[in-house]
Design a protein around this ligand. Structure first.
Ligand code: SF4
Ligand code: FES
Length: 746
């Protein structure tokens, strides 16, 4: 249909509101309560416009267009209405712009200037509202609130947790948490962007800079495999805050708290600021030339007994060069799967793991089966899509996990299963809830990264793939790190070259734990205490090897104790490169701040080492090679169908499982104090109820030859039997042993 705005003709769709048509054609209408991704409440009245034929000005955000409608966004009727609304909204607003963080980007300030009056008729005393403590991430200045309710609607409609609410009426109206609690949603920081005034503020950013002094640099999240698009705002070479960069295919207008507050760890005191070499049993400062000389010499000396493990948080460029340096030096033992312990699946694995469908297609799925994943906590942005699927399409969601996870969307059925039960579940579907799944429906199975930590991962993944095929379901494999797909594509696995090209002689070759001898260990951006399938095992290997090379941004006890050389690695925000996200998209990120101390972009360090080794390559050639590899890759489905498989035996052993904590999933996140003090981050150990252990008693876990006392809250659970669950966050002050192993308690 056609409508007229300010006497110009515009095309409009049925059911569109005036503000939607105006926004599409860049015609400015002021607003406070309206937000394109929230429901319409039409409460602030700031968007009043003249509609010809209507007695009074109409709210543009809630008025549906009619064919031939004539709207005036300028002119005395509209302007008078807007001026009165503005005066009304400012009655109780403190006008403390000089000390308000929002100043310079405040919608109230801007709209007041454009549409308000310079004087007010209100002479009475303004009301004040006492601030609320709603946690470490978001601080409040509630006197500034104009009751637009965007924050309340966000909680109800997007985050799925009704944390903020509006209480009282009229003069007494307040925004507060219902039971005086902190915000717990992993999306809570989005209320800061939504708040049109300075009532909800970013605690890390508060009072640290003025918005007009900030420089905006676009980047990509390094915290999960979705690759949310972000802007870093910097001042004097420091990241002051992170905000979402809108991307309709990934994060829409939102950002997970780990992305928003995750830069805090960059300035940790544990940053490694110069190269180190060991001398007289101590790490002493050195220079890159000395390190390169020592490392290249050891690589030649221990070629056949070297193992190299690299984080999948590294960029594609670092990965490509890392494997090239090692392979051209005759070292094939390269891997990124440091948290895995079962590699029987690897020859049947897709070239790269991916989500397999577009995120926007999630809402059209009729059945979604979640396997070992807590979407709301581990992939908060994904939870927005799943929540939408339930709301829009009544999608039936089933959750099968070792722990009863809470989600911010409705789950129709959930079961807690031990790894052995999970393996069997998909082969005996006639006895369980899966018997209700119809293969003619749109089905999707999403497998969480913690499944890869299990010692029967091969069997689980094979059984799930066979079941997925039988019900015509897509299979989504969520990566553990932001560039897990990149690690597979760039050949950071022993049995495949970049592009997924098989190396026949390394078929069935698995990583570190299978290599008989490690004289030289090269560990790239991984911390032995937290990033390995078994912390005891890797530390033993470090003790027994002849030379240990670390590329790391942070110092840990084990690096300090066992490293022979340490390259000072810049963090992602100090580097440039690219990641491949779960949508199989290559996304480029730029350097945001300069590296701290003498730390350097990993690519630069590796180029220095390659030069020393006589490998002739530069960053331009690396980009060319990567583009060529990606253009030739033939990516098929994610099914992992293994020729012969032996089911795990039924013996009733007690299994320990470490629950994945996404806020602890990379070295920088581990050092973000604000994130780690949100209260769902409590550490715990949960024991089967049937074990009748007094929660006061001291519990020792015995695994292989090692014993651990886990100091954490002790909980009990009914199911799964024979399973001990451990959740640890941040930088845990204790050994936790293996991620999944058989144990005894004493
Ligand atoms: S706190 Fe901000 S977003 Fe929430 S109602 Fe008040 S003004 Fe609106
Ligand atoms: S934006 Fe239309 S009434 Fe608030």
């Amino acid at each position: 249909m056609d409508i007229y705005i300010n006497n110009n003709k515009y095309q409009a769709l049925d059911d569109e509101t005036i503000i939607q048509v105006a926004d599409r054609h860049d015609i400015h209408i002021p607003r406070f309560c309206y937000h394109k991704r929230l429901s319409i409440v039409a409460s602030c009245r700031m968007c009043l416009v003249e509609v010809e034929g209507a007695k009074y000005p109409q709210p543009a955000c809630s008025t549906i267009v009619r064919d031939g409608m004539k709207v005036n966004t300028v002119g005395s009727v509209t302007e008078d209405a807007q001026k009165s609304t503005m005066e009304f909204l400012l009655i109780n607003h403190p006008l403390d712009c000089p000390v308000c963080d929002q100043a310079g980007e405040c919608e109230l300030q801007d709209i007041s200037l454009d549409h308000g009056d310079y004087k007010s008729n209100y002479k009475e005393i303004k009301r004040t509202v006492i601030d609320k403590d709603i946690g470490n991430l978001v601080t409040t200045e509630m006197t500034r609130c104009i009751h637009c309710s965007r924050c309340v609607r966000f909680g109800e409609e997007v985050a799925g947790i009704k944390e903020l609410g509006m209480t009282g009426r009229g003069e007494e109206t307040k925004i507060e948490t219902f039971v005086n609690q902190s915000l717990t949603s992993e999306l809570s920081g989005n209320v800061i962007d939504l708040c049109p005034v300075g009532a909800l503020n970013n605690n890390l950013y508060k009072y640290s800079a003025r918005t007009w002094d900030l420089k905006q640099i676009s980047s990509i999240s390094s915290n999960d495999c979705l690759g949310s698009n972000i802007y870093y705002h910097t001042y004097k070479n420091e990241i002051k805050r992170t905000v979402p960069k809108e991307n309709e295919q990934i994060n829409l207008s939102w950002l997970a708290d780990s992305d928003r507050f995750g830069h805090e760890g960059i300035e940790s005191e544990e940053r490694i600021l110069s190269p180190f070499v060991r001398s007289e049993n101590k790490l002493i400062q050195s220079d890159l030339e000395t390190l390169n000389q020592a490392v290249s010499q050891k690589m030649q000396e221990y070629t056949s007994s070297t193992t190299a493990v690299m984080s999948a948080q590294s960029s594609c460029e670092e990965m490509y060069l890392f494997q090239k340096i090692l392979r051209e030096s005759g070292i094939p033992n390269i891997d990124h799967r440091s948290k895995e312990c079962d590699f029987g699946y690897q020859d049947y694995y897709p070239i790269i793991p991916s989500f397999d469908i577009k995120l926007s297609e999630i809402e059209f799925m009729e059945n979604i089966i979640l396997v070992n994943v807590n979407i709301s906590k581990e992939f908060p942005i994904l939870s927005v899509y799943l929540r939408n699927a339930v709301k829009q399409n009544s999608t039936n969601i089933i959750s099968l996990s070792a722990y009863e996870y809470l989600e911010n969307f409705d789950i129709s059925h959930s079961e807690t299963l031990s790894p052995k039960e999970l393996e069997k579940y998909f082969t005996t579907t006639s006895n369980n809830i899966l018997s209700n799944i119809n293969k003619d429906k749109k089905n999707l199975i999403i497998m969480g990264p913690s499944t890869t930590y299990l010692k029967n991962y091969t069997n689980i993944t094979n059984n799930i793939s066979r079941y997925a095929k039988s019900i015509n379901s897509k299979l989504s494999l969520l990566g553990d790190q932001c560039n897990t797909s990149g690690a597979w594509a760039m050949g950071v696995v022993p049995h495949r070259l970049p592009g997924g090209i098989e190396i026949a002689e390394f078929k069935n070759t698995a990583y570190l734990s299978s290599y008989p001898k490690n004289d030289l260990l090269i560990i790239y951006n991984l911390e032995p205490e937290y990033d390995f399938s078994n912390d005891t095992e890797i530390i033993d290997r470090l003790k027994n090897s002849k030379f240990n090379v670390f590329f790391s941004s942070y110092m840990t006890d084990s690096i300090n104790k066992y490293a022979d050389v340490v390259y000072p690695l810049a963090v992602q925000q100090e580097s440039h490169g690219s990641y491949i996200n779960t949508n199989k998209q290559l996304q480029v990120f730029n350097q945001v701040i300069s590296p701290r101390g003498q730390s350097k972009n990993g690519l630069e360090i590796l180029l220095g080492l390659s030069k020393r080794l006589g490998i002739n390559i530069d960053d331009e050639q690396i980009s060319k090679d990567i583009n060529e590899i990606l253009s030739k890759m033939n990516i098929k489905s994610n099914y992992i169908l293994i020729d012969t498989i032996e089911m795990t035996n039924e013996k009733n052993t007690l299994e320990k499982i470490i629950i994945r904590s996404s806020n602890s999933n990379n070295p920088t996140l581990r050092r973000c104090k604000s994130l780690l003090t949100t209260h769902d981050n409590d550490d715990f150990m949960s024991i089967p109820n049937s074990m009748k252990i007094n929660s006061e008693s001291k519990i020792t876990i015995n695994e292989s030859e090692n014993s651990f006392k886990i100091k954490a809250n002790i909980k009990v659970h009914d199911k799964p039997d024979n399973t001990i669950l451990v959740k640890m966050n941040g930088r845990y002050a204790q050994k936790i042993g293996s991620y999944n192993t058989s144990v005894d308690l004493s």
